[in-house]
Design a protein around this ligand. Structure first.
Ligand code: UD2
Ligand code: MN
Length: 523
């Protein structure tokens, strides 16, 4: 009997929710048709109810769960864009998101008179729902007077819905949206240049085509540029899961750097930068590099500082090129921690790279290194020999730009802006795998060869720069690497050591002889 009552209660409660759901679904499908007109005063309240009832998939940034019997189809669809297209298509174009800002950001006020912005979004074969959610979230969460226009640049997409259907859809929006079409596939760099040239706003804001802007994202970016027109500012990039479209807040404690192969990487914000901001995490973080996709820049400053290198193709390298250029030529690059924008990070690229992925990225990186990295380019070329083999065309106009802007050397950048960089300022020797540094470390990126046991194997551990177990003395005559702490020599891997290099008493035998290549300093 009791169980019966319980079931009944559960059933009626569910029934009520189902009715609420149906109502909300109807309401929101209507709303989607009329494209987010502001006059839905009920909307915020309904959104709140909706998030409690989980009525629509993905509301409040929740993960979308695909039922078992749909998962085969889901996997098929995943391949089109390298993200869960089925999940994305299930989510409303104006889905609600949590307010992930630091508390100190929520109460900040900004000047009434902020510069306005044009948003530039370039895309190649983007999915409908992700592209439109980028646009809708930007419109819904930007004060109307600050968002002048949106420019879409279609980089020669081949999908039908991105033609007339897209034009009709954007024509109904309350912010002017213009679509420019590249005649042939040009890559994101030249597509952005085309978009930027057509903007009329005081600031240009670039976004990837699969983003979601959160509440209050725009004001802090514009306010920082108003303070200093040479500040180029990025939001914190939150993660939208490629598997579930769950919205996950990014950290304000990481900033942009790069590794030995010039890949962009996130690293912890160093203590010196925390100290400079006196521990106030709501203040902008000075970042050595930017991820590349999401940033705002004063429009005239974008021109002055040399826009982009139009000789770069398709994808890659432009973010570091711009980062080095901004810092070396007198600007600053910052992450405005009060601004959050989500981005779908993918594990693989969904589109083709005409000419081959490696070729394209090597060419862009070569141009970057030739123009901005001075003698440090040699370090990079040894690590990435493929880069030296590509034809990188003419960089003379970029070198002339560097000259005319009187930009500082790369060593200045490494010393002053990126002292925690993984590039050893001084090294004795460099092979394709390891370097032997002036600190007598055997090192690759931020990992150092470390030995803690007599007659034991060596391992790679995070470099601590305290010498100790990570210090090896090279004897250029005997060709030995002496582990000073244990007074033993590095020995070649053998079957017996399970192929791991090991410390052994120094015996002078062949397996303890190491040839260091590309010596730059004498040991
Ligand atoms: C990151 C950046 C991206 C760019 C790239 C390096 C973020 C969040 N994203 O990679 O903006 O700086 O690093 O180059 O920081 N696209 C075209 N034509 C092409 C290729 C791409 O229009 O030939 C578009 C694409 O549709 C997308 C944007 O360019 O809107 C960025 O491409 P992505 O999303 O593949 O780059 P991502 O996020 O892996
Ligand atoms: Mn992207």
């Amino acid at each position: 009997m009791r169980r019966f009552v319980y079931c009944k209660v559960v059933l009626t409660t569910s029934l009520v929710w189902v009715l609420v759901d149906v109502f909300l679904l109807l309401y929101f499908s209507e709303c989607n048709k009329c494209d987010n007109k502001k006059d839905h005063s009920l909307l915020p309240a309904l959104r709140a109810v909706m998030s409690r009832t989980h009525v629509a998939p993905g509301e409040m940034g929740k993960a979308v769960v695909i039922p078992k019997d749909e998962q085969e189809k889901m996997k098929e669809l995943f391949k089109i864009n390298q993200f869960n297209l089925m999940a994305s298509d299930m989510i409303a174009l104006n889905r609600s998101l949590p307010d992930v800002r630091l508390d100190g950001c929520k109460t900040k006020t900004y000047p009434d008179e902020l510069p306005n912005t044009s948003i530039v979004i370039v895309f190649h074969n983007e999915a409908w729902s992700t592209l439109l959610r980028t646009i809708h979230s930007a419109i819904n969460r930007s004060p109307r007077h600050l968002l002048l226009e949106i420019l879409l640049v279609d980089d020669a997409s081949e999908r039908d819905f991105l033609k007339k259907k897209l034009e009709h859809h954007v024509a109904t929006l309350e912010v002017p949206v213009r679509i420019l079409r590249m005649v042939q596939r040009s890559g994101l760099i030249r597509a952005r240049l085309r978009g930027a040239a057509a903007t009329r706003g005081q600031v240009i804001t670039f976004l990837d085509a699969h983003c979601e802007c959160t509440v209050g994202w725009l004001e802090p970016l514009l306010a920082r540029i108003k303070e200093d027109r040479r500040a180029v500012v990025c939001p914190i990039i939150d993660v939208i899961s490629d598997e579930t479209f769950e919205y996950m807040a990014g950290s304000d404690m990481t900033y942009g750097g790069f590794n030995w192969k010039l890949n962009f990487r996130w690293y912890p914000v160093p203590q010196r930068e925390m100290d400079r901001r006196k521990g106030d995490r709501t203040l902008p973080v000075r970042t050595p590099t930017m991820a590349g996709g999401l940033f705002s820049i004063d429009r005239t400053y974008f021109e002055e500082i040399g826009t982009y290198d139009s000789g770069m193709d398709i994808w890659g390298g432009e973010n570091l090129e711009m980062s080095f250029r901004i810092w070396q030529c007198g600007g600053s690059l910052e992450i405005v921690t009060c601004s959050h924008v989500g981005h779908v990070f993918r594990k693989a690229t969904p589109y083709s790279f005409p000419g081959g992925t490696g070729q394209v990225i090597n060419k862009n990186n070569r141009r970057l290194a030739e123009v901005w990295m001075d003698e440090f380019k040699d370090f990079f070329y040894i690590i990435s020999p493929g880069v030296v083999r590509v034809d990188y065309a003419d960089v003379s106009s970029r070198k002339a730009l560097r000259e005319s802007l009187k930009c500082k050397p790369f060593s200045w950048y490494l010393e002053n802006i990126y002292p925690d960089s993984q590039i050893p300022r001084r090294y004795y020797s460099l092979g394709e795998v390891f370097s032997y540094t002036a600190d007598k470390e055997i090192r690759t990126d931020d990992l150092c060869l470390d030995a803690s046991r007599l007659n034991g194997p060596v391992v790679m551990l995070k470099c601590h720069h305290m010498k100790g177990n990570q210090m090896f003395e090279y004897d250029a005559e005997r060709l030995t690497l002496l582990h000073v702490n244990s007074n033993q020599c590095l020995d070649m891997p053998s079957e017996e050591d399970k192929m791991v290099p090991t410390l052994r008493d120094c015996s002078g035998r062949r397996s303890q002889q190491w040839i260091l290549r590309n010596m730059t300093l004498s040991v």
